[in-house]
Design a protein around this ligand. Structure first.
Ligand code: DP6
Length: 326
Protein backbone atom coordinates (compact mmCIF):
# COMPACT_ATOMS: atom_id res chain seq x y z
CA UNK A 1 0.00 0.00 0.00
CA UNK A 2 1.47 3.43 -0.87
CA UNK A 3 1.85 5.86 2.03
CA UNK A 4 -1.33 7.88 2.35
CA UNK A 5 -2.08 10.95 4.38
CA UNK A 6 -5.51 12.38 5.24
CA UNK A 7 -6.60 15.33 7.40
CA UNK A 8 -10.06 15.57 8.99
CA UNK A 9 -11.74 18.00 11.36
CA UNK A 10 -14.46 17.48 13.96
CA UNK A 11 -16.14 19.58 16.65
CA UNK A 12 -16.86 18.61 20.24
CA UNK A 13 -20.54 18.40 21.19
CA UNK A 14 -22.65 19.36 24.19
CA UNK A 15 -25.24 16.77 25.25
CA UNK A 16 -28.76 17.99 26.00
CA UNK A 17 -29.92 14.49 26.99
CA UNK A 18 -26.89 12.83 28.56
CA UNK A 19 -25.00 9.59 28.06
CA UNK A 20 -24.05 8.31 31.51
CA UNK A 21 -23.41 4.61 32.11
CA UNK A 22 -23.03 1.68 29.72
CA UNK A 23 -24.78 -1.65 29.28
CA UNK A 24 -21.43 -2.87 28.02
CA UNK A 25 -18.36 -0.83 28.99
CA UNK A 26 -15.94 -2.55 26.57
CA UNK A 27 -18.23 -1.92 23.58
CA UNK A 28 -19.44 1.47 24.87
CA UNK A 29 -23.06 0.36 24.44
CA UNK A 30 -24.85 3.10 26.38
CA UNK A 31 -27.56 2.56 29.00
CA UNK A 32 -29.73 5.16 27.24
CA UNK A 33 -29.94 7.21 24.04
CA UNK A 34 -28.74 10.83 24.01
CA UNK A 35 -29.13 14.11 22.07
CA UNK A 36 -26.47 16.77 21.46
CA UNK A 37 -25.38 19.78 19.43
CA UNK A 38 -21.99 20.10 17.74
CA UNK A 39 -20.00 23.18 18.78
CA UNK A 40 -18.87 25.33 15.87
CA UNK A 41 -15.57 27.16 16.24
CA UNK A 42 -14.13 24.60 18.65
CA UNK A 43 -12.19 22.25 16.40
CA UNK A 44 -9.95 19.21 16.47
CA UNK A 45 -7.79 18.83 13.35
CA UNK A 46 -6.24 15.40 12.89
CA UNK A 47 -3.80 14.16 10.30
CA UNK A 48 -3.25 10.42 9.84
CA UNK A 49 -0.46 8.95 7.77
CA UNK A 50 -0.11 5.19 7.36
CA UNK A 51 3.51 4.38 6.67
CA UNK A 52 4.88 0.93 5.84
CA UNK A 53 8.24 1.85 7.42
CA UNK A 54 6.76 2.45 10.89
CA UNK A 55 7.21 -0.25 13.56
CA UNK A 56 4.43 1.13 15.81
CA UNK A 57 1.75 3.84 15.93
CA UNK A 58 2.86 7.34 16.93
CA UNK A 59 0.71 10.11 18.42
CA UNK A 60 1.38 13.86 18.69
CA UNK A 61 -1.24 16.07 20.39
CA UNK A 62 -0.83 19.87 20.35
CA UNK A 63 2.85 19.49 19.32
CA UNK A 64 3.61 17.05 22.17
CA UNK A 65 4.51 13.40 21.58
CA UNK A 66 2.25 11.25 23.74
CA UNK A 67 2.85 7.84 25.31
CA UNK A 68 1.05 5.89 28.06
CA UNK A 69 -2.75 5.56 28.32
CA UNK A 70 -3.56 8.21 25.65
CA UNK A 71 -1.41 6.44 23.05
CA UNK A 72 -2.80 3.04 24.11
CA UNK A 73 -6.38 4.24 23.57
CA UNK A 74 -5.50 5.46 20.07
CA UNK A 75 -3.63 2.22 19.26
CA UNK A 76 -6.59 0.09 20.32
CA UNK A 77 -8.82 2.22 18.08
CA UNK A 78 -6.41 1.95 15.12
CA UNK A 79 -6.29 -1.85 15.67
CA UNK A 80 -10.05 -1.90 15.11
CA UNK A 81 -9.67 0.05 11.85
CA UNK A 82 -6.82 -2.22 10.72
CA UNK A 83 -8.96 -5.29 11.40
CA UNK A 84 -11.88 -3.86 9.34
CA UNK A 85 -9.50 -2.97 6.47
CA UNK A 86 -7.60 -6.24 6.90
CA UNK A 87 -4.27 -4.40 6.68
CA UNK A 88 -1.32 -4.44 9.06
CA UNK A 89 0.31 -1.05 8.74
CA UNK A 90 1.11 1.51 11.43
CA UNK A 91 0.20 5.19 11.50
CA UNK A 92 1.54 8.54 12.53
CA UNK A 93 -1.31 10.58 14.07
CA UNK A 94 -0.94 14.34 14.59
CA UNK A 95 -3.80 16.16 16.26
CA UNK A 96 -4.50 19.70 17.40
CA UNK A 97 -7.31 21.29 19.40
CA UNK A 98 -7.98 25.01 18.95
CA UNK A 99 -9.75 25.15 22.34
CA UNK A 100 -8.06 25.15 25.75
CA UNK A 101 -7.35 21.68 27.12
CA UNK A 102 -8.32 21.41 30.76
CA UNK A 103 -11.22 23.82 30.21
CA UNK A 104 -13.66 20.99 30.78
CA UNK A 105 -14.72 20.84 27.15
CA UNK A 106 -14.75 17.13 26.34
CA UNK A 107 -12.07 16.67 23.69
CA UNK A 108 -12.45 12.89 23.35
CA UNK A 109 -15.60 13.37 21.22
CA UNK A 110 -13.95 15.54 18.57
CA UNK A 111 -10.70 13.56 18.89
CA UNK A 112 -12.19 10.17 18.02
CA UNK A 113 -14.61 11.59 15.44
CA UNK A 114 -11.74 13.26 13.53
CA UNK A 115 -9.52 10.20 13.96
CA UNK A 116 -12.23 7.81 12.69
CA UNK A 117 -12.79 10.01 9.66
CA UNK A 118 -9.09 10.54 8.78
CA UNK A 119 -7.82 7.02 9.57
CA UNK A 120 -10.53 5.13 7.64
CA UNK A 121 -9.98 7.29 4.56
CA UNK A 122 -6.18 7.02 4.84
CA UNK A 123 -6.32 3.21 5.03
CA UNK A 124 -8.62 3.07 1.99
CA UNK A 125 -12.04 2.41 3.57
CA UNK A 126 -15.15 4.24 2.36
CA UNK A 127 -17.63 4.09 5.24
CA UNK A 128 -21.14 5.53 5.38
CA UNK A 129 -21.94 8.20 7.99
CA UNK A 130 -23.72 5.60 10.16
CA UNK A 131 -20.74 3.23 9.92
CA UNK A 132 -18.33 6.03 10.84
CA UNK A 133 -20.48 7.06 13.79
CA UNK A 134 -20.67 3.44 14.97
CA UNK A 135 -16.88 3.15 14.64
CA UNK A 136 -16.16 6.47 16.44
CA UNK A 137 -18.36 5.25 19.34
CA UNK A 138 -15.76 2.56 20.08
CA UNK A 139 -13.12 5.26 20.69
CA UNK A 140 -15.33 7.44 22.89
CA UNK A 141 -19.10 7.11 23.24
CA UNK A 142 -19.87 10.79 22.69
CA UNK A 143 -17.63 10.81 19.57
CA UNK A 144 -20.38 9.05 17.62
CA UNK A 145 -22.43 12.27 17.97
CA UNK A 146 -19.65 14.45 16.47
CA UNK A 147 -19.84 12.65 13.09
CA UNK A 148 -23.30 13.85 11.85
CA UNK A 149 -24.29 17.51 11.33
CA UNK A 150 -25.87 19.92 13.79
CA UNK A 151 -28.39 18.50 16.27
CA UNK A 152 -27.76 14.81 16.70
CA UNK A 153 -29.37 11.78 18.34
CA UNK A 154 -27.44 8.68 19.40
CA UNK A 155 -29.74 5.66 19.22
CA UNK A 156 -28.66 3.41 22.08
CA UNK A 157 -29.39 0.26 20.03
CA UNK A 158 -29.68 -3.19 21.57
CA UNK A 159 -26.53 -4.49 19.88
CA UNK A 160 -23.20 -3.14 18.67
CA UNK A 161 -24.16 -2.49 15.00
CA UNK A 162 -27.37 -0.65 15.94
CA UNK A 163 -25.75 1.85 18.29
CA UNK A 164 -24.81 4.97 16.31
CA UNK A 165 -25.87 8.60 15.87
CA UNK A 166 -27.71 10.52 13.14
CA UNK A 167 -28.64 14.15 12.57
CA UNK A 168 -32.16 15.12 13.69
CA UNK A 169 -31.89 18.75 12.48
CA UNK A 170 -29.20 20.65 10.54
CA UNK A 171 -26.91 23.13 12.31
CA UNK A 172 -28.64 26.04 10.56
CA UNK A 173 -32.11 25.00 11.73
CA UNK A 174 -32.05 26.76 15.14
CA UNK A 175 -29.83 29.73 16.03
CA UNK A 176 -28.86 28.61 19.52
CA UNK A 177 -25.65 29.70 21.21
CA UNK A 178 -23.72 27.85 23.91
CA UNK A 179 -22.04 30.34 26.27
CA UNK A 180 -19.58 28.12 28.13
CA UNK A 181 -18.89 29.73 31.51
CA UNK A 182 -15.51 28.55 32.78
CA UNK A 183 -15.69 28.42 36.54
CA UNK A 184 -12.37 26.57 36.96
CA UNK A 185 -9.62 25.75 34.48
CA UNK A 186 -7.48 22.64 34.68
CA UNK A 187 -9.28 21.16 37.71
CA UNK A 188 -8.48 17.46 38.14
CA UNK A 189 -11.58 15.30 37.98
CA UNK A 190 -12.63 11.70 37.55
CA UNK A 191 -12.77 11.21 33.77
CA UNK A 192 -15.92 10.10 31.95
CA UNK A 193 -14.71 6.55 31.23
CA UNK A 194 -14.18 5.87 34.95
CA UNK A 195 -17.40 7.72 35.77
CA UNK A 196 -19.56 5.59 33.44
CA UNK A 197 -18.39 2.49 35.33
CA UNK A 198 -19.80 3.90 38.58
CA UNK A 199 -23.23 4.87 37.24
CA UNK A 200 -24.91 1.57 38.15
CA UNK A 201 -23.79 1.88 41.78
CA UNK A 202 -26.28 4.74 42.20
CA UNK A 203 -29.81 3.66 43.21
CA UNK A 204 -31.07 6.53 41.04
CA UNK A 205 -29.58 5.28 37.75
CA UNK A 206 -32.39 2.78 37.04
CA UNK A 207 -35.03 5.52 37.31
CA UNK A 208 -32.93 7.91 35.18
CA UNK A 209 -32.51 5.30 32.44
CA UNK A 210 -36.17 4.16 32.53
CA UNK A 211 -37.40 7.72 32.05
CA UNK A 212 -34.88 8.51 29.26
CA UNK A 213 -37.20 7.74 26.27
CA UNK A 214 -39.67 10.34 27.58
CA UNK A 215 -36.97 13.00 27.96
CA UNK A 216 -35.57 12.17 24.50
CA UNK A 217 -39.04 12.64 22.96
CA UNK A 218 -39.54 16.00 24.69
CA UNK A 219 -36.05 17.26 23.77
CA UNK A 220 -36.28 16.07 20.13
CA UNK A 221 -39.69 17.69 19.65
CA UNK A 222 -38.55 20.93 21.35
CA UNK A 223 -35.61 21.14 18.90
CA UNK A 224 -37.84 20.43 15.90
CA UNK A 225 -40.51 22.94 17.04
CA UNK A 226 -37.89 25.41 18.36
CA UNK A 227 -39.83 25.57 21.62
CA UNK A 228 -37.25 27.14 23.93
CA UNK A 229 -39.24 26.91 27.17
CA UNK A 230 -39.82 23.17 26.74
CA UNK A 231 -36.18 22.77 25.65
CA UNK A 232 -34.72 24.64 28.66
CA UNK A 233 -36.81 22.71 31.17
CA UNK A 234 -35.92 19.28 29.79
CA UNK A 235 -32.17 19.94 29.42
CA UNK A 236 -31.95 21.26 32.98
CA UNK A 237 -33.90 18.26 34.32
CA UNK A 238 -31.67 15.85 32.39
CA UNK A 239 -28.45 17.52 33.58
CA UNK A 240 -29.69 17.55 37.19
CA UNK A 241 -30.64 13.85 36.93
CA UNK A 242 -27.16 12.90 35.66
CA UNK A 243 -25.48 14.86 38.45
CA UNK A 244 -27.84 13.30 41.02
CA UNK A 245 -26.65 9.87 39.80
CA UNK A 246 -23.01 11.03 39.98
CA UNK A 247 -23.40 12.37 43.52
CA UNK A 248 -25.07 9.16 44.72
CA UNK A 249 -22.58 6.72 43.15
CA UNK A 250 -20.11 4.72 45.23
CA UNK A 251 -17.69 6.45 45.52
CA UNK A 252 -19.67 9.66 44.98
CA UNK A 253 -18.65 12.09 42.23
CA UNK A 254 -19.21 15.77 43.00
CA UNK A 255 -18.40 17.86 39.92
CA UNK A 256 -20.15 21.03 41.07
CA UNK A 257 -18.29 23.89 42.73
CA UNK A 258 -20.23 26.48 44.79
CA UNK A 259 -19.87 28.87 41.82
CA UNK A 260 -21.45 26.26 39.52
CA UNK A 261 -24.64 26.42 41.58
CA UNK A 262 -24.50 30.21 41.56
CA UNK A 263 -24.51 30.25 37.73
CA UNK A 264 -27.33 27.67 37.59
CA UNK A 265 -29.41 29.87 39.94
CA UNK A 266 -28.71 33.01 37.90
CA UNK A 267 -29.78 31.25 34.69
CA UNK A 268 -33.10 30.19 36.24
CA UNK A 269 -33.63 33.77 37.49
CA UNK A 270 -32.96 35.20 34.03
CA UNK A 271 -35.47 32.74 32.56
CA UNK A 272 -37.98 33.81 35.24
CA UNK A 273 -37.50 37.37 33.97
CA UNK A 274 -38.48 36.24 30.47
CA UNK A 275 -35.07 35.67 28.83
CA UNK A 276 -34.97 32.35 26.91
CA UNK A 277 -31.95 30.71 28.57
CA UNK A 278 -31.16 27.32 30.13
CA UNK A 279 -28.16 25.43 31.51
CA UNK A 280 -26.55 22.03 31.12
CA UNK A 281 -23.34 20.58 32.62
CA UNK A 282 -20.98 17.81 31.59
CA UNK A 283 -18.68 15.90 33.93
CA UNK A 284 -17.14 19.08 35.31
CA UNK A 285 -17.92 22.35 37.13
CA UNK A 286 -18.25 24.61 34.06
CA UNK A 287 -21.74 25.64 32.99
CA UNK A 288 -22.99 25.51 29.39
CA UNK A 289 -25.52 28.38 29.24
CA UNK A 290 -27.72 27.91 26.17
CA UNK A 291 -29.61 30.86 24.69
CA UNK A 292 -30.80 32.31 21.36
CA UNK A 293 -28.25 34.14 19.21
CA UNK A 294 -30.29 37.35 19.58
CA UNK A 295 -29.57 37.28 23.35
CA UNK A 296 -26.06 35.87 23.58
CA UNK A 297 -24.21 39.19 23.91
CA UNK A 298 -26.37 40.15 26.87
CA UNK A 299 -25.99 36.69 28.47
CA UNK A 300 -22.22 36.72 27.91
CA UNK A 301 -22.04 40.18 29.49
CA UNK A 302 -24.14 39.03 32.48
CA UNK A 303 -21.86 36.01 32.97
CA UNK A 304 -18.73 38.14 32.74
CA UNK A 305 -20.10 40.33 35.55
CA UNK A 306 -19.76 37.32 37.88
CA UNK A 307 -16.26 37.88 39.28
CA UNK A 308 -15.34 34.19 39.61
CA UNK A 309 -16.01 33.38 35.94
CA UNK A 310 -12.62 33.13 34.26
CA UNK A 311 -13.77 33.15 30.66
CA UNK A 312 -16.87 32.69 28.51
CA UNK A 313 -16.42 30.68 25.30
CA UNK A 314 -19.08 31.13 22.61
CA UNK A 315 -20.15 28.31 20.27
CA UNK A 316 -22.96 28.10 17.71
CA UNK A 317 -24.39 24.86 16.26
CA UNK A 318 -21.66 23.12 14.28
CA UNK A 319 -21.34 20.80 11.31
CA UNK A 320 -20.35 17.15 11.39
CA UNK A 321 -16.86 15.74 10.87
CA UNK A 322 -15.31 16.31 7.43
CA UNK A 323 -12.21 15.32 5.52
CA UNK A 324 -10.09 18.33 4.60
CA UNK A 325 -7.54 16.95 2.18
CA UNK A 326 -5.87 13.84 0.87
C1 DP6 B 1 -21.00 13.73 30.82
O1 DP6 B 1 -18.10 9.99 25.75
O2 DP6 B 1 -16.48 11.18 27.27
O3 DP6 B 1 -20.17 14.35 28.68
O4 DP6 B 1 -17.20 6.82 26.15
O5 DP6 B 1 -15.74 6.80 28.15
O6 DP6 B 1 -15.16 8.30 26.22
P1 DP6 B 1 -16.27 7.63 27.02
O7 DP6 B 1 -17.10 8.80 27.71
P2 DP6 B 1 -17.57 10.18 27.10
O8 DP6 B 1 -18.78 10.54 28.11
C2 DP6 B 1 -19.49 11.73 27.99
C3 DP6 B 1 -20.23 12.00 29.25
C4 DP6 B 1 -20.91 13.35 29.34
C5 DP6 B 1 -22.34 13.29 28.81
C6 DP6 B 1 -22.51 13.25 27.30
O9 DP6 B 1 -21.68 13.81 26.55
O10 DP6 B 1 -23.52 12.68 26.87
Amino acid sequence: MPDSKVTAIAHPNIAFIKYWGNRDDALRLPSNGSISMNLEGLTTTTNVRFNSLLKEDLLTLNNKKLSGPALERVRTFLDLIRSIANKRIFAEVTSENNFPTGAGIASSASAFAALAMAATKAIGLNLTEAELSHLARHGSGSACRSIPDGFVEWYSGDQDEKSYAASIAPAASWDLVDCIALVTIGHKEVGSTAGHRLANTSPLQTARVQDAPRRLDICRSAILKKDFQQFAEIIELDSNLMHAVMMTSTPPLFYWEPQTLEVMRAVRNWRGQGIPVGYTLDAGPNVHVICLSSDYEKIKHNLEQMSFIQRVIIAKPGSGAVVLSN
